[in-house]
Design a protein. Structure first.
Length: 74
C-alpha cells in the first residue's frame, strides 16, 4: 500500500518547466527546470532532427538542467 506522501514507481514525472532555447550559428542551447511534483526524475531524453523531430537523441543525467545540441546546419 502506498501512503499519500509516497509516489509509486509507475507514476511518471511531469514535463520540464520553463523550457527555453538560445540559438547560435551552428548550435542551440536548451534549458529547463525540473517538473513540479510527481515522481522522481531519473534522467532526461532530448530528441532532435533536421526537418523531422527525434531523429537523434541525447540521454542526460537527472541533475542536468541544459544541453547544447552542436553541429547543426543552417
Amino acid at each position: 500500500m502506498i501512503d499519500d506522501d509516497t509516489v509509486a514507481e509507475t507514476t511518471e514525472p511531469g514535463q520540464p518547466v520553463d523550457v527555453s532555447t538560445t540559438a547560435f550559428s551552428n548550435s542551440v542551447l536548451v534549458s529547463w527546470r525540473p517538473p513540479d511534483g510527481g515522481a522522481m526524475v531519473r534522467g532526461y531524453v532530448v530528441g532532435y532532427g533536421e526537418g523531422v523531430p527525434d531523429v537523434s537523441w541525447q540521454y542526460l543525467e537527472p541533475h542536468r538542467r541544459n544541453v547544447t545540441i552542436r553541429n547543426l546546419s543552417q
